[in-house]
Ligand binder design. Structure first.
Ligand code: PEP
Ligand code: MG
Length: 753
């Protein structure tokens, strides 16, 4: 059973399109379960369900049998969202006979729902003439298979909605989560890792002869490579092993793989995509063979496939031209990929994996680039060069948008630009409530570009400088002097206002290309202060560079990430004092910077008082704190809807941190993304946070909202919110309060889609 499950899922995964995938499912399930009928019904718009594929019923019924959730046993499975297993289906009150199917002969019925993201996509049905209940193991098999296939079917459906190039393209919508607010309209630029057979981009090909000739050139190059390797190893290989090289060479011939690929190119597919398709098919065939020797050949095919692909991609990749309005799309975009597209041309970002709290999203927010994360069903390999709309407010992506939709979104872009211009007037006004309560607004930075934008928007200091950003953009650890120059720029730009520099926070999802950290559970692993305390040579160089950079400016604050216990704080303090004393001895005119602790894990919340007693300030990293309090991976799109920064547990923790910090006479700031949410900012102000630090894009909105209410209103809202039982109600309550104060327009523009 397990083998059948695996191989069915594998085959379906590799199917070219949805109809093929469904045909594979019905045929393979029918033979594995030894039944007489297997059929798949899929959701058909909002109207109901339609028979999409069958092995056993009348094939003419496909597409013709349609039913609503109120109809028949299939409808019953949809409504109940659970399997229905009947020995004699015609006796069931819900049984409905569809003459097109010719199913009157079948008595036993087992239907299981196909559910993806809580939505019933369809129903998988098996039937038999014999009057019998399908046994427990058969039911379990179908349920397991259906659960595994749901995502694959959703993906294949999404693929199907993308019309082929050259045909009339239909608008399609893909759902993800908001990464950075704003709207962008532009052309998809898909970044796919090279030599990955599963990530080759689909491209149509019009000059067939040129493409075939290109394929032949690449095959010839690989043939040559293989011959060379063969020659070099000749003396060390026995005859059988040498034969392997000949077999490799033969596979490239026209009579073999080369010929199959040429056929696909003739049908209009580019060489790289056609090659990848053929290789994956052969690899799959070999892998599913019973003979161990033949199974092993799958690895040979893959290896050969990758060699040829490298040549096929080399030329294509080197001549990439970025359109004026590029929307960067990738399976798993990382912070360093953002640098690939010239800044002036990058208008939007879409990542198939990750969530709104991933670092790439945080950087995108800092750069003000509308972003959607976790668009898991987006068939990204088929989307290159297509027109896209990125809706970073709702977290959705539209491909090949209609004119009406493009106009709708263009109007939002214009509205947004007007709003931002309106807020520019606030730049030099203080951030204070109508009853004159001052709240300093600081910014989070990482790139030099952030500094310029922050100053333009009236930031009063830096609450978090993510020092890992310049580290991420290099191919080795930057040296002390290199770091000093980078830090000096930040400190000078803001002097005399304070700049809070966080010591290197790598690990989790921030792995340096030159210092990879591979762990099963990286967010609970070697992260932040844990790494730098284990590597004092890295920590000391960084701290020395920071303190040296502050010479004569004295506006540096040093902040420690991921602290979970007092000894970590004390060990870091010892190293910082050491660096400071060394620099004094070397003759630098420096002052000892304040040293603060980030509160971003539950342990630190419960020890906030003790940490505050030993530190100069506390700063809450609400991104991680939310992740660890709610046990919700900030990078995982599947649980992104459980990541509630306004969860009552998070709010209680925040309140406690402020009061414990203040009890020890230290200031308490917050530098997670929460501070940049205008509604949340009001609550944080009411809790007593001394500083709110956010990305520069959100600063004018937050300032505008705070200037529009009184502290008393904020206090009342907080009291009301703290009595509510869940994040949803809290959000509703905050939005209502903002509406009453007439400031909803600042939260997001009215999008009616
Ligand atoms: C946080 O965790 O809230 C934070 C500010 O740090 P980062 O997002 O860089 O992990
Ligand atoms: Mg953090």
């Amino acid at each position: 059973m397990l083998n059948s499950l695996r191989s069915i899922v594998q085959e379906v995964n590799a199917a070219r399109d949805l109809p093929t995938a469904l045909d594979i499912i019905v045929a393979r399930v029918k033979s594995s379960m030894i039944t007489e009928v297997c059929s798949v019904y899929l959701r058909d718009g909002d109207n109901g369900y339609v028979l999409m594929s069958t092995d056993g019923l009348n094939p003419d019924a496909v597409g013709a049998v349609k039913l609503s959730p109120e109809q028949g046993l299939v409808g019953r499975v949809v409504v109940r969202e659970e399997p229905i297993n009947l020995e004699y289906a015609p006796a069931h009150p819900r049984y409905q006979y569809f003459p097109e199917t010719g199913e009157e002969r079948y008595n036993a019925f087992l239907g299981v729902p196909i559910i993806h993201h809580r939505q019933v996509l369809g129903v998988l049905v098996v039937q038999q003439t014999e009057r019998r209940r399908f046994d427990e193991s058969e039911e379990a098999f179908l349920v397991t298979l259906s659960a595994q296939l749901a995502g694959v079917i959703a993906h294949a459906e999404a693929n199907g909605t993308l019309a082929a190039f050259g045909q009339q393209a239909a608008e399609a919508k893909f759902v993800g989560v908001p990464g950075a607010s704003g709207v962008a309209i532009g052309e998809a630029v898909v970044i796919a890792p090279a030599s990955d057979l599963r990530a080759v981009l689909y491209k149509p090909c019009s000059e067939i002869d040129v493409e075939i000739e290109f394929l032949q050139r690449c095959l010839a190059a690989v043939r040559e490579d293989i011959k060379q390797v063969g020659k070099k190893l000749k003396t060390r290989l026995n005859r059988e092993e040498q034969a392997l090289f000949d077999a490799y060479l033969a596979m490239l011939d026209d009579a073999s793989l080369g010929g199959e690929v040429t056929e696909r190119i003739k049908q209009g597919t580019c060489a790289a995509y056609a090659w990848a398709e053929v290789i994956l098919e052969h690899e799959r065939n070999f892998s599913s063979m019973d003979d161990a020797y033949l199974r092993e050949r799958a690895a040979d095919v893959r290896d050969l496939g990758q060699r040829v692909l490298a040549y096929l991609q080399e030329e294509v990749q080197s001549c990439r031209v970025y359109p004026e309005k590029s929307i960067l799309v990738g399976e798993e975009l990382t912070a360093s990929i953002l640098g690939e597209v010239p800044k002036s041309k990058l208008v939007g970002i879409v990542s198939v994996k990750g969530s709104g709290n991933s670092h790439v999203a945080i950087l995108a927010r800092a750069m003000d680039i509308p972003t959607v994360m976790g668009a898991v069903d987006l068939p990204y390999t088929r989307i290159d060069q297509r027109q896209l709309i990125v809706d970073g407010y709702q977290g959705s992506v539209f491909s090949d948008p209609s004119e009406a939709l493009s106009e709708h979104y263009s109007a939002i872009i214009v509205e947004e630009q007007a709003l931002v211009r309106g807020l520019e007037a606030l730049k030099d006004l203080p951030c204070e409530t109508l009853d004159h309560h001052r709240v300093p607004l600081w910014v989070n930075t990482g790139l030099m570009a952030d500094v310029v934008r922050s100053l333009e928007r009236g930031a009063e200091g830096v609450g978090l400088y993510r020092t890992e950003v310049p580290f991420l953009l290099r191919d080795r650890f930057p040296g002390e002097e290199e770091q000093r120059i980078i830090y000096r720029e930040q400190l000078e730009a803001f002097a005399p206002e304070p700049v809070t520099m966080r010591t290197l926070d790598i690990g989790g999802d921030k792995s340096l290309p030159y210092f990879p950290i591979e762990e099963d559970n990286p967010f609970l692993g070697w992260r932040g202060i844990r790494v730098t305390l284990d590597h004092p040579e890295i920590f000391l160089v960084q701290v020395r560079a920071m303190i040296k950079a502050s010479e004569g400016l004295d506006n540096l604050r040093i902040m420690l990430p991921m602290v979970t216990n007092i000894p970590e704080l004390e060990a870091a303090q010892v190293l910082i004092y050491r660096a400071y004393n060394e620099l004094l001895e070397e003759g630098h005119k420096i002052t000892l910077p304040p040293i603060g602790v980030m509160i971003e894990v539950p342990a630190a919340v419960y020890q906030a008082r003790e940490l505050a007693a030993r530190a100069d300030f506390l700063s809450v990293g609400s991104n991680d704190l939310t992740q660890y309090l709610l046990a919700v991976d900030r990078n995982n799109a599947r649980v992104a809807d459980l990541y509630h920064a306004l969860h009552p547990a998070v709010l209680r923790a925040l309140q406690q941190i402020v009061s414990d910090g203040h009890s020890q006479g230290v200031t308490v700031s917050i530098c997670g993304e929460l501070a940049g949410d205008p509604g949340a900012a009001i609550l944080l102000m009411a809790m007593g946070f001394d500083v709110l630090s956010m990305n520069a894009s959100n600063l004018p909105r937050v300032k505008s909202v705070i200037r529009g209410i009184t502290l008393q209103q904020a206090d009342e809202l907080l009291s009301e919110v703290m009595l509510l039982p869940d994040a949803y109600e809290i959000n509703v309550c905050v939005e209502r309060a903002l509406k009453e104060a007439g400031i909803t327009r600042l939260l997001r523009p009215s999008i009616s889609n």
